[in-house]
Design a binder for this molecule. Structure first.
Ligand code: PLP
Length: 321
């Protein structure tokens, strides 16, 4: 892939056999793709997207990176850190007032020197428009902004997971098995879009299922497919079809609201494999993984651990309060 890229993550991340999970779920072989270990701050999956987004921003000679999210956003914190290590300013837009209790991700972004712009919009839904407007206003002041929507779910960001699909394919080949089922958490959709583009383009076998944790699956499937196709076009890869996008509704009671099943999923992962799963992404995608296996999904199966370590530790601390 020739797209500009800045090295941030430590790759490849491990692909680990999960034998205690196999005995608990009575299914296998099962593997965990450890993208909680991408090794750049606590960026998890977002480190892969940012390698290409920061690469593109530098190639365009941008001097300020602009994005947005909720105060819990892993992407915002990871972006602030990535911008600072390449010497770029970072403006982060948040909806509403600062939350009454701060969060690890907000403080990490602040520590990395980002400008935190609260009250940018009334709700999360308006944030992407506010990013465009903020970039326009910076431009009118003579700055050179590089602006991306929430989660970095744009074709350039998805390149990170197109490469990750190639990485998984190589690891499975090296270990001598053909993967049948892959489950990943889907929020803004960039991660799954990249995986779909890379799966088709690099010949990763099996089915990639996205656990949609915050958005209804209907519009989301089209969004993921559109981003996957644009990503494939950027990378010169074969085009995905609608059938390549599989999404399950994992929202339950809402974004970050865990059901009893989700709590059981997080406990299982912690107690059996020493994995930290957060309430927003990890626990819900593990619930989908368990449900697919219980319904007879073919194995070998891979649970893609996307990170979320900051929130996972925070909810453990709250549970103890
Ligand atoms: C820990 C974690 N997992 C999964 C996702 C979902 O990735 P995407 O927004 O690319 O769908 C995110 C997004 O912020 C995340 O922080």
């Amino acid at each position: 892939m020739t797209a500009p890229r800045v090295q941030l993550a430590t790759l490849p991340t491990p692909l680990v056999r999960a034998e205690r999970l196999e005995s608990a779920l009575d299914a296998g072989p099962l593997f965990v793709k450890r993208d909680d270990l991408t090794g750049f701050g606590v960026a998890g999956n977002k480190a892969r997207a940012l390698e290409f987004l920061i690469g593109a921003a530098l190639a365009e000679e941008a001097d300020v990176f602009v994005t947005a999210g909720s105060p819990s956003s892993n992407f915002c914190a990871a972006t602030a850190l990535a911008a600072t290590v390449v010497g770029m300013d970072c403006d982060l837009l948040f909806p509403g007032a600062p939350p009454p209790t701060t969060s690890v991700n907000v403080e990490l972004a602040r520590a990395a020197g980002a400008r935190l712009l609260f009250e940018a919009t009334a709700t999360r839904d308006d944030l992407n428009r506010a990013v465009v407007a903020h970039a326009d206003s910076l431009r009118s002041q003579g700055r050179r902004p590089y602006a991306v929507p929430r989660g970095g779910a744009v074709p350039v960001g998805a390149l990170g997971y197109a490469e990750a699909a190639r990485e998984l394919a190589e690891q499975c080949d090296g270990a001598g098995f053909r993967v049948e089922t892959v489950v990943v958490a889907t929020g803004s959709g960039g991660t799954q879009a990249g995986l779909v583009a890379g799966q088709v383009g690099f010949g990763l076998p099996g089915r990639v299922t996205g656990a949609s944790v915050s958005r209804p699956i209907h519009g989301m499937a089209e969004h993921v497919l559109g981003t996957a196709r644009a990503c494939a076009a950027t990378a010169g890869l074969a085009q995905a079809a609608a059938a390549d996008v599989d999404l399950r509704d994992a929202r339950g009671g809402g974004f970050g609201v865990v059901s009893a099943e989700d709590a059981a999923s997080a406990r299982l992962a912690l107690e059996r494999e020493g994995l930290l799963l957060d309430d927003y992404y990890g626990a819900k995608s593990m619930t989908v993984f368990r449900a697919l296996l219980a319904a007879g999904a073919p194995t070998p199966a891979v649970f893609w651990h996307t990170g979320g370590v900051a929130a996972a530790l925070t909810s453990l601390t709250r549970g103890a309060a």
